[in-house]
Structures are given as C-alpha cells and as structure tokens.
Design a protein around this ligand. Sequence first.
Ligand SMILES: NC(=O)c1ccc[n+]([C@@H]2O[C@H](COP(=O)([O-])OP(=O)(O)OC[C@H]3O[C@@H](n4cnc5c(N)ncnc54)[C@H](OP(=O)(O)O)[C@@H]3O)[C@@H](O)[C@H]2O)c1
Length: 270
Amino acid sequence: MSDIAIIGAGNIGEALIAGLVKAGRDPQSIIATNRTPERSEFLEREYGVRTTSDNVQAVDKAEFVFICVKPQYVVEMLGELSDAIDNNDSTTVVSLAAGISVAAMEDALAAGTPVVRAMPNTPMLVGKGMNSCSPGRFVSTEQLGAVRELLGTVGDTVVVSESDMDAVCALSGSAPAYYFLVTEALIDAGVQMGLPRDLATTLARNSAAGAGALIESSEDDPVQLRANISSPAGTTVAALRELEESGIRGAFYRAVEACALRSKELGAQD
Ligand SMILES: NC(=O)c1ccc[n+]([C@@H]2O[C@H](COP(=O)([O-])OP(=O)(O)OC[C@H]3O[C@@H](n4cnc5c(N)ncnc54)[C@H](OP(=O)(O)O)[C@@H]3O)[C@@H](O)[C@H]2O)c1
C-alpha cells in the first residue's frame, strides 16, 4: 500500500503531481481523479500517472490521499470515501482546501483517521510554493514528516497551528493574486505613461521576478531592500509617498482581513 491518491487533479492537484514526479516519485504509484475524461487523458499523457473517475477506487490502496477539490465538496466527499479509507491500515488524508477544518474532516471520516489540513499556493506550479500544514490529533510524527516531505517537492513547507490557518490562507494562499494584481496595475500605469503594452509588460513582469528573487536571496529584509532604493528626495520616494497617501498599506490590511473572514465562512458552511 504505497499509492498517493490525488482527488480532484486541477491546478493544485496537477502542481503536486508535477512536483512529485520531478522529485523522482514513480508516476505509476500516483493515481489522480477527475470527472472529465479529457483531463484524465491529459494527466496520463503529460505525467504518466494512473487516472480514474472513481474516487473510491483511487483511495483503495493509498497511503496518502490528497484532497484537491473545491472547499464546498470536501466534507461530503470524505463521507463517501470514509469506508474505503478506513479499510486501509493507515491512510493519511491531506486536504489542500481553504477553510475546511480538521474537526469537520475528522467528523466525516472514521474515528482515528489521520488528517492534515494544508494550505498551498500556486507558485507550487514552478516548485516555488509556500505550504503550511496543521496536523489533526491522530497524525503521528512520522506521518506528518512524510506529508511535509511530499509537499516539500513543490516548495517550502511549515507547520502552523490550525487557529492561524485562516490568516495563513489570506497571506500565502492568496498572496500570488495580490502580486499579480500589482503587476497588472504597473503594466496599465506604464501604458498610461505612453509605453507600448508589450514593453510595459516586459518591464513589469521582469521587475516582479527580480524583486521576488531579491527578497528570496538577500540578507536584507523587505524594509531594508526598499530603503536601499529610496534616495533622499529621489524619484522612488516620490512614488512611495503617493502609494502610502493612497492607502496601499491599509488596503492590504483590509484585503487580508477579508480573505481570512471568507476562509472562516467557507469552513463554517460545513
Ligand atoms: N488555486 C489556488 O490559488 C489555491 C491556493 C490555496 C488552496 N487552494 C485550494 O486547492 C483546492 C483546489 O483548487 P484548484 O485551484 O486546483 O481548483 P480546480 O482547478 O478547479 O481543481 C479542482 C479539480 O477537482 C475536480 N473535481 C471536482 N469534483 C470532483 C469529484 N467529485 N471527483 C473528482 N474530481 C473532482 C475538477 O475536475 P473535473 O471537473 O474534471 O472533475 C478539477 O480539476 C481548493 O480547495 C482550493 O481551496 C487553491
């Protein structure tokens, strides 16, 4: 029993498959599910994994079951999979869905099933994900270590308290969208200044990638990195003043708060 089942192999599920296969995992030990045959055919062709539309069959011999469907389907789906998972010696269920609590998942499964709640983000598509996970009470140290190792194939992985998960969702889960929006706004600002759109796009995209690489590799923290390029009475501070006076910092406070609230609401629906 050493299969990894990826239930609902969409964006996040596919990213996990890609990371696992790239890290040397035998593709035939991975079984992915979807409802649409075209999607399954694509995953078989692209990664050499096994596929099925039968979720029960997929979890049958799985040591790890990654639930990658949209949050609203998770609890009902776990109820349907409960018996099949319970028939295995020790299957660890890992949910990557926003908002769904460990308790809700444990309630849907047979008593004693190890459950890990994880929060990934889409840079896992290029091996640069930020994953956070919270283990349920039936997860052993070895099982948590194994989950961290599997998620580690697509990015950094930290263990956090479940009470922090809504905030984690609002920060790292959705942060890529915030950075994409900033990049999009910069492109439009460049066009407004008269730059051709393709040039503005090249400038904004490469600046985002470069700033990301600096944040990742520099010993300076983001505050210092910004100070480093803020000459007294210079051009950058003129721009930064406009951003601050326009309320960018408060906007992020409110955005992250709204995201965390929505994550809590999604969890409360189950
Ligand atoms: N995207 C993000 O930035 C992000 C970040 C953090 C966490 N998450 C979490 O990751 C999860 C997946 O998000 P996503 O963006 O990957 O969604 P997605 O691309 O829509 O993937 C969901 C997949 O589930 C499949 N599916 C739906 N119902 C199914 C069923 N009954 N049986 C088998 N497969 C089923 C769908 O394919 P078919 O229609 O072919 O069945 C689809 O490919 C969500 O819970 C989300 O909260 C996402």
